[in-house]
Design a protein around this ligand. Sequence first.
Ligand code: SF4
Length: 751
Amino acid sequence: MSGYQIPQNVHGDFESFKRSYEEYKSGAIDDLKFKTIRVPFGIYEQREANTYMIRVKLVGGLISSKQLAALADLAKRYAGGKLHITTRGGAQLHYVKFDDFLAVIEGLHAAQLTGRGGGGNTVRNITADILAGVAKDEVFDVTPRAIALTEKMLAQKDSYALPRKFKIAFSGSSADRGYATIADVGFIAKTKEGKRGFKVFIGGGMGAKSRVAKPYLDFLPEDEIFLLSQAIKETFDERGNRKNKHNARLRFLLEEIGLEAFRELVDTKIEAIRSRGGYEVEFREFDEPKPIVAQSDLALDDETKLWRDRFVYSQKQSGYYGAKVPLLLGDLDANGALALADALPKDRQTIRFGSDQNLYLRNLTLEELIALYPVIKTLSPQTQKSEILGDAVFCTGASTCQLGITIPRGALAAIERALLKSGLNLDALGGFRIHMSGCPNSCGRHALADLGFFGKVLRKDGVAYPAYNIVAGARIAETNYRFAEAIGDISAYRLPSFVADALKLWLEEKSRYASYADWIDGGGKAKLSAIAESYADIPSFDEDKNPYYDFGASARFSLAGRGAGECSAGMYDLIEADKKALKEALNANDWTRIRFLAARMLLITRGEEARSEAEVLSAFKRLFIDTKLIDESFAKTLEGEANESAIKLGEAVIALYDTMDNTLKFEAEKTGAIAAQKAARFKDYRGVECPMNFVRVKMDLAQMASGDILEILLDDGAPIENVPRSVRSEGHAIEAQTSEGTAWRVRIRKK
Ligand code: SF4
């Protein structure tokens, strides 16, 4: 069995993407607009000018050898010959040129892979336990559930324009290797009275304000995973904070309204979805490999034996083994990937990309694994090293990421040099987790580390230098979950020495503790803080310039050039960009520009995308002046040449924006101060096919007075594409068009 199947609507979305791509090329749409289109396709601009990263969904990291070969082929042709495994077990192609976007997406679709929902405020790649399907402690294999949920979520129109990203995770056991307890929605496999289902968690997440998820349901039957996920998503879509991206994730909504109020909203959604139907899920189970007797007396040379002892593990299926292939920062050479894909047996599912950025082989006999070792060791130098070095999780940081402060890639190499020089027995550290992020955003999962770091800036004598916050002692399990605790900070310059000292101390005291987290709680935290403190001082810039250069950087450390986050691409970016430009125009007293920007700034909240100045002014009059959201006296400001009254208009629009809430309603609309805003009539035309839905709308409008408002609900697809267009062609105005779950609410003003 392969992974997910791409639903038909995603192919339709790609056709629409192609049109936008051509419009952007011809200059018909600007950078910002195109960004809001490309990011939900998983396409992010890199720091290096004119290069892009394309993210690919792999549900639970699952990828067939055929798909791996296809990805590697795309990497060779368009991405500098490298693949990258992400911390959500997906794949990324870096350094893709703008001209190659379409060829890459077509290649992905041909391999039944997509980047749709790979970025932006979308339902992101659904993750699963790295060992799902092979772990000895799992309740059942969660992978088919993650795949089924992905296919359903990909097919929902409302999965792509949420208040913020929405992450779902599955774990097969209470060890929570899938990190369900830090997901927006997390599922941990359970059985009840012989039936499969999940304990459900919600509202977790990492980042600047990390939260462990709250238990939501003790048991959800497995066939209701889409029903509940969709209800939570719709509630989030309606009530999430769209105005402040820093407080937009689901966890902030839960904190704002409380778990019980949230539950009531979700229950209402569940009933609505039940009555709509279409929430059923089907699971395609994997074929189990045939049980065989393991051969344990294989003669191995020292190198192969050391590798086996470090990285090979036995599965729950008798006679079968898996192996972790540690990769440096998740990088995989395309030629190596092709060789691996070619060498793997084709009659079984054998590859996973792990959320620890390593590659996992599975469902192989020991003989098959040993025979593969010559190919495996060419994939990464980490395969020849202790697990602690091979297993480190680091984001790319400022070398490619626009938000990055520091460069964890460079720091890793420096830490490795220091550890190898230290003479410590690194194999005795086993799977000790060192994680590092280039900024507080947690892509390097520092909060889940034994010893974690995230980038920051410090100054000495007013000169900035790269540094890291230190955290330590995370606990990961269904119960007793804890993020790593704050220890202190350290300059990048002193970081390698700090790590070597910290690990030396742990090795000395390790035998007295059951876990590193126990050591942290038993006095280790204070000891680590003391080590960090002893390294606090660095030379001044005049004494030594080295601390003022980050590892792997050729230029002196500086925050110049750090851009706005791509993840925030969306409606608010567009509004905020116009607002900023409007303020600049106000400062410059540029009446023409003030009038244009003031009129355009909030049009997007009404679903309007006017482009020319005439269209913008006309739409603004219709949607904001005629509706009395903006004082009628400004109608004159829109006529003829711009004059000084544009300044007051600009200020009025900014003031109006300040009253807007998360549901895009302005204060006057909420208080009922605008009588004209009330719909004279409402009709639900979901389930009514074209052209009958339009005929009925026509009949409704025929019975209404000029200027009256008709609100209708339409199905996604042909109805929403056709009806508003036809209504417009008859001279009526479409005042707003907003998604509501799988339907659309359209507000029509009769001509
Ligand atoms: S943690 Fe920060 S620097 Fe690293 S990839 Fe994420 S946003 Fe970029």
